[in-house]
Ligand binder design. Structure first.
Ligand SMILES: Cc1ncc(COP(=O)(O)O)c(C=O)c1O
Length: 448
C-alpha cells in the first residue's frame, strides 16, 4: 500500500543502512545495537527518512522522546542559539537553569515546589530513591512486576522485567516486588475488576511478611510502559496512595515515559486524582538533548545538604534551552489535549483490529500510546513474540516506523506517534499496521 506520508524506495536495511549496521556491530556491544533495520538520516514532525531514502510514518517518537515532533523549528532554534553562547557551567548558576526550574515547577500543583535537573531517566530514578531514603531514614522500596525504571544497577533491580537484569549478578537489596494489576494476565487469576483489589491486599500482606518494617517508598509508573502498556485503574492508583499515607511511605511516580502530554494530560498521575511525593521526568522533556528531572516537595528535596545530590551535566545550558522550548511548544500547541483526541481515534481503530484478527488478544491505550497484545489464540492467551516481531518488521518494510515488541513476554506491539502527527498520517500509519498484520498472517514479509 502506498500512502501520502511514506515512501519506500528500497527494502530496509538498504545498502547504506547495511554498511552502518555492520560498522556498529563491529564496535558497539550487542546489548546496545538496534534491533530494527531502520537507520535514521533525518526526521521532521512525524516523518523519519532513512539513509537509503525511505520515508516512514513515525509511530515511535524516538521511544517517546519526540512528543513535539522531530526537529521542531522552535526547539532547533533554541538549541542553535544556545550552542553559540556557552555549553557548560558545571553546577554554577545560569539564567536558563533558573528559568527552566521555574517553568517545570509551575506545571505541578503547588505542593511540589522543587526540581533537580539531571541527565537521564535512570539518574532521575536513582536520585528520587536517594531523596526518599534520606528523608525517611528507611531503606526498603516497593516496586512492581513488569515495571521498567532503567538499566543501571539500582534501576534494573527496581525493575520487574527479568530480561533486563538476568545474568547481571546480585541485585540491589531492600527492594520488595509486588504484582502490578495486569487484568489480561492477572497474577491472582482474578477477573478484571478484582485484580486491583487482590494486588492492594497483597501489598498490605508484605508489610507483615517480606518487609522488615522499614519501607521508604513505593515507586510506580503511571502506566506500565515497557511492561506492555498496562494502564492501572483510578481505584488502584488511589489505593496505592492511601496505602502510602496509612503507613508513612512516600510515593514516587516514574513519569519518564508518561510525562509531557503523552497520556492525554501533561503528566500521567493527573488521570488518577492523586498527588505523588516525588515525580521522575525525562524523555519528552527536551526532545532529545539528554535531560531529566526529579520534582518534589521541599520538605523532602531540601533534606540533603549542599553538594550531595547534583551531577556534572544536570541543568546544562543546552538541555535547559531545549527543555524550555519543548515545554513552550507542548503548552502553546495544547499537545496533551491533542494526544487525548487522537488517542481516542487510535483506540477505536485498534478495536476494529481486535475484531478482525484473532491473534490480537487485547489492545490497550492511554492518550497517544498503545500496546497490542499478540497471542497464539484468543482462548489460551499464549504470548506470541515471534508473530509480534514479524508484524513489526513487516510494518517497517511497508513504511511504518515501530519499535521492536516489548512487554513481559516480548509480544506487545507498542505504538506511539509524535503528538503533532497529522490526523491523515495517523490514519495512514494505522492502515499500514493493518496491512502488515494481514501480510504476516498470509505468509510473511513482502518487500515493497
Ligand atoms: C519508565 C522508564 N523509567 C526510566 C527509564 C530510564 O531512562 P533512561 O534510559 O533515560 O535512563 C525509562 C527508559 O526507557 C523508562 O521507560
Amino acid at each position: 500500500m502506498k500512502t501520502a506520508f511514506s515512501k519506500m524506495v528500497v527494502a530496509p536495511p538498504g545498502p547504506k543502512a547495511q554498511e552502518i549496521i555492520q560498522k556498529e556491530k563491529n564496535y558497539i556491544p550487542r546489548s546496545a545495537c538496534s534491533s530494527t533495520p531502520l537507520v535514521w538520516k533525518e526526521a521532521y514532525g512525524a516523518t523519519i527518512i532513512d539513509v537509503d531514502g525511505n520515508e516512514y510514518i513515525d509511530f515511535t517518537s524516538g521511544i517517546l522522546v519526540s512528543n513535539v515532533g522531530h526537529s521542531h523549528p522552535k526547539v532547533v532554534a533554541a538549541i542553535q542559539e544556545q550552542a553559540g553562547k556557552f555549553l557548560n557551567s558545571y553546577d554554577s548558576s545560569h539564567h536558563l537553569r533558573a528559568e527552566l526550574a521555574e517553568k517545570i515547577v509551575n506545571l505541578f500543583p503547588e505542593e511540589l515546589n522543587r526540581v533537580l535537573l539531571l541527565t537521564t531517566g535512570s539518574e532521575a530514578i536513582e536520585a528520587a530513591i536517594k531523596f526518599a531514603r534520606a528523608k525517611t531514614g528507611k531503606s526498603e522500596i516497593i516496586s512492581f512486576h513488569g515495571s521498567f525504571h532503567g538499566r543501571t544497577h539500582l534501576t534494573m533491580s527496581l525493575g520487574g522485567i527479568k530480561k533486563v537484569k538476568s545474568g547481571c549478578g546480585p541485585q540491589a537489596s531492600n527492594i520488595l516486588h509486588v504484582p502490578f494489576p495486569y487484568p489480561y494476565r492477572c497474577t491472582f487469576s482474578q477477573p478484571h475488576d478484582q485484580c486491583d483489589e487482590h494486588t492492594l491486599q497483597y501489598m498490605e500482606q508484605i508489610l507483615h511478611t517480606a518487609s522488615t518494617g522499614n519501607i521508604a517508598a513505593v515507586i510506580m509508573e503511571s502506566y506500565l510502559g515497557s511492561g506492555g502498556c498496562v494502564v492501572p485503574s483510578v481505584k488502584f492508583v488511589q489505593g496505592v496512595r492511601e496505602f502510602c499515607d496509612r503507613h508513612d511511605i512516600l510515593l514516587i511516580m516514574d513519569e519518564v515515559q508518561a510525562g509531557f502530554g503523552r497520556t492525554g494530560k501533561m503528566f500521567g498521575f493527573e488521570h488518577y486524582g492523586i498527588l505523588p511525593d516525588l515525580v521522575c521526568l525525562a524523555k519528552g522533556i527536551s526532545s532529545g538533548v539528554p535531560t531529566s528531572a526529579v520534582v518534589g516537595r521541599d520538605s523532602i528535596m531540601d533534606h540533603l545538604p549542599p553538594g550531595t545530590m547534583t551531577s556534572t551535566y544536570g541543568g546544562n545550558p543546552l538541555s535547559c534551552a531545549a527543555a524550555m522550548a519543548t515545554i513552550d511548544v507542548i503548552v502553546e500547541e495544547r499537545l496533551p489535549e491533542r494526544a487525548a483526541r487522537l488517542g481516542e481515534r487510535m483506540a477505536q481503530r485498534f478495536q476494529t483490529l481486535v475484531e478482525k484478527y484473532r491473534i490480537i488478544g487485547e489492545a490497550r491505550s492511554i492518550g497517544l500510546v498503545s500496546g497490542i497484545e499478540v497471542v497464539k489464540s484468543r482462548e489460551g492467551r499464549e504470548p506470541d513474540p515471534e508473530t509480534a516481531r514479524a508484524i513489526a518488521m513487516q510494518a517497517i518494510h511497508l513504511g511504518l516506523a515501530v519499535i521492536a515488541p516489548t512487554g513481559l513476554h516480548g509480544n506487545v506491539l507498542r505504538l506511539m506517534p509524535p503528538l503533532v502527527i497529522e490526523e491523515e498520517a495517523l490514519e495512514a500509519g494505522l492502515d499500514l499496521l493493518d496491512e502488515a498484520i494481514s501480510i504476516v498472517l498470509n505468509g510473511g514479509l513482502h518487500d515493497h
